[in-house]
Ligand binder design. Structure first.
Ligand SMILES: [Zn+2]
Length: 306
């Protein structure tokens, strides 16, 4: 288990009695869960690929949401609620998947539907187009093994699958074209990346995306300038992978998401949906700021998502 995940689990468990937010009435923004892949374990030692949960884990998590009365929201429903145009159910959550691999279609979607849960996808249009995207080319040993065992699940989603999902109510939205850290791109490169991806949305799906999940999503990867440039191209709401929800009244346009890891058991999953990890956002922001002061190397970050 990665040290940062181990620390988070221990710290949130210890702090749970005072940080739990499943009893209060404060109108907090619903938890936005961030997944990447649903993949079976692979290889002789049954390892789990990075940024994935097993089908059994995903099924158990969807079951918790359903049995504890959570309504899953589409991004459109979520943004309506954030603008005061619709009431939120007493318990609601968003289930989002990043990047755009076939397991989202082949495994995650059927499991979610079993429990009446809606999915939202943030797709990297360059991945769907079959381009060589550096971050996806670099594979760990466990990822290579997973791809050998389950080649079909490692195919990018096809536009026809995305059209089918979109027509069936899955909100398909944007996760950049080239999956680069926008904190290190020039303004011209950010604009070009967004324009390329948005033109592919129009061509293949027939609409312009309005929601955007930043690649990586940690502090430093979603600068204000990038949000301003993306807003010029029609993006209205942004998502990161930092922690810490605000109240609905804050009228923000950038929202945190909580990454679900294979290390999550059902107890830590419950803490994630009931706000037990929210306070860690402050800690991570402090950690990022301190590292920034101590070093000019902004790459030394406590990275969560991809
Ligand atoms: Zn990503």
């Amino acid at each position: 288990m990665r040290p940062s995940i181990f620390f988070s689990k221990v710290a949130t468990r210890a702090a749970w009695p005072v940080t739990r937010r499943d009893r209060g009435t404060a109108p907090l923004v619903p938890p936005v869960l961030c997944y990447h892949r649903v993949l079976p374990r692979s290889g002789n030692d049954k390892q789990q690929a990075r940024y994935s949960v097993t089908p059994a884990q995903f099924r158990a998590q969807m079951s918790v949401l359903a049995s504890e009365g959570f309504t899953s929201l589409t991004l459109r429903e979520f943004s309506g609620a954030m603008r005061g145009l619709r009431e939120l159910p007493p318990r609601s959550a968003l289930i989002t998947f990043d990047d755009g691999y076939n397991d989202n279609y082949a495994l995650a979607w059927p499991i979610a539907r079993e429990f009446g849960m809606k999915l939202n996808l943030f797709i990297c249009t360059g991945l769907v187009e079959g381009e060589n995207i550096e971050v996806f080319e670099r594979r760990t040993i466990s990822e290579k093994r997973s791809e050998e065992d389950y080649p079909a699940l490692w195919q990018p989603l096809q536009w026809s699958q995305l059209r089918e999902m979109s027509a069936a109510g899955v909100d398909v939205q944007f996760h950049s074209h080239g999956h680069e850290n926008m904190g290190s791109l020039s303004s011209a490169d950010i604009t070009a990346d967004a324009a390329r991806g948005i033109s592919l949305f129009k061509k293949h799906l027939g609409f312009t995306p309005t929601y955007f999940a930043f690649p990586f999503g940690h502090y430093g990867s979603y600068p204000h300038v990038a949000r301003a440039l993306l807003a010029e191209q029609g993006i209205e709401i942004f998502f990161t992978t930092e922690l810490g929800r605000k109240t609905v009244e804050d009228k923000q346009t950038t929202f945190s998401r909580i990454v679900i890891h294979t290390e999550d058991d059902l107890d830590s999953f419950r803490r994630k949906i009931y706000g037990g990890y929210d306070w860690m956002g402050t800690l991570r922001k402090l950690n990022y700021s301190v590292r920034g002061w101590l070093s000019s190397d902004q790459s030394t970050r406590w990275s969560e998502g991809s």
